[in-house]
Write a protein that binds this ligand. Structure first.
Ligand code: SAH
Ligand code: SF4
Length: 356
């Protein structure tokens, strides 16, 4: 194995073609490899039976067949949620969660080890920022679970980029991962089946709007005024709500696509009638939907998720103002399936690095 051998999942089809060309091999060989990786979901060189044994040996000298290794897997009592902690080549860990609802198989993937934003209520945020994931490390999470499902004759139906980290601070690797998973000759996972969640990095939302992708956009709002939002999400001081709302309106105008706003309901904090009214005012006439989730309790954050009564009252107030909203179920709470909760137990806390 040559020292600098890349992770095969970091390469797109034309990069693979260049490697084959440099080995004096025809381009169709790269397509065969691509199909083996993303259609057959083969994991090791030995499985690539479309290549001769010497060819497989040559191949394994030039590329690594993946770098993630599952370290721990937990299943919720109801069996609907599976969470895997993966070890990366540098011994850092990330987590990925598979949620099964009726016919849906939704995978929640990570884009960073830790996160530099440091939201008060988030286990990943409390961990600090360690590094960005490569495009290959993002892709491998999906391929690992696609293989797991294939063994049961099932397939992933949706991928939500809502695991550890802020995807819009690792923009290029995240988009490259989407492009590779979307490739029609490979995994062929439609853009509309991805949802990317951001805390609202304004220049990146603008860039995303200009690209007019079919990927769904979710914005983590959690508060409707700057004072409260800044206590929950420190980045709000840099990108205040008014500016964020403006860029959301621009996004909808440019793309014609609906935005989902995420709201983790925290008892007696952001679940008040005043917050609901303020939110309804901000979202009036906007092509959007509000996803309400009760806060997942985490160590080191003293607040609780809202109870049913307050959750219901909050939604009623939004609906009374003609804002569409859905209360999402908290899944896998018994296995710490909330963002970053498992990995943060296995990684020593690190101080946050400066934002951006
Ligand atoms: N950084 C991105 C995506 C990862 S976080 C973002 O913030 O949008 C994915 C979602 O989980 C966000 O909406 C985030 O606010 C939410 N979240 C984080 N910690 C939570 C908790 N303890 N309870 C409920 N939701 C939480
Ligand atoms: Fe980062 Fe999102 Fe967690 Fe905030 S909620 S710390 S942006 S991962």
């Amino acid at each position: 194995m040559c020292k600098q051998a890349p992770n095969i999942y970091d390469l797109n089809l034309s990069e693979l073609q260049s490697i084959f060309a440099s080995l004096g091999q025809p381009a169709y060989r790269a397509s065969q490899l691509w199909q083996g990786l993303y259609q057959q979901l083969w994991a090791t060189p030995e499985e690539f039976t479309t290549f001769s044994k010497p060819q497989r040996q040559t191949l394994s000298k030039y590329v690594h067949f993946g770098t993630l290794s599952p370290k721990q897997t937990l299943q919720s009592k109801d069996g609907h949620t599976i969470k895997t902690l993966f070890k990366l080549a540098d011994n850092n860990t990330i987590e990925t969660v598979l949620m099964s609802y009726q016919t849906r198989r939704t995978l929640c993937i990570s884009t960073q080890v830790g996160c530099p934003i440091g939201c008060a209520f988030c286990a990943t945020g409390q961990m600090g920022f360690i590094r960005n994931l490569s495009c290959g490390e993002i892709i491998e999470q999906a391929i690992h679970f696609a293989r797991h499902l294939k063994a049961k004759d099932e397939k992933l139906t949706n991928i939500v980029i809502m695991g550890m980290g802020e995807p819009f601070l690792n923009y290029d690797a995240t988009m490259e991962a989407i492009d590779i998973l979307n490739h029609p000759l490979g995994f062929n996972f439609g853009e509309r089946r991805f949802t990317i969640s951001t805390v609202g990095i304004i220049p990146m939302v603008e860039k995303f709007a200009r690209q007019k992708r079919q990927v769904n956009l979710a914005i983590s709002l959690h508060a409707a005024d700057d004072d409260l939002r800044s206590t929950l999400i420190p980045l709000n001081k840099k990108y205040p709500i008014q500016d964020l709302m403006q860029v959301c309106e621009d996004y909808i105008r440019i793309t014609g696509r609906r935005i989902s706003f995420e709201w983790a309901l925290i008892q007696n904090l952001n679940d008040t009638p005043q917050q609901a009214k303020l939110l309804a005012g901000r979202l009036k006439n906007m092509l959007c939907h509000v996803n309400i989730i009760q806060l997942n309790p985490i160590k080191g954050y003293p607040f609780k998720g809202s109870d049913r009564e307050r959750t219901e009252a909050f939604c009623q107030e939004l609906r009374r103002n003609h804002i569409h909203c859905t209360v999402r179920l908290r899944r896998g709470i018994d296995i710490n399936a909330g963002c970053g909760q498992l990995a943060s137990q296995s990684i020593k806390a690190q101080p946050n690095q400066p934002m951006l």
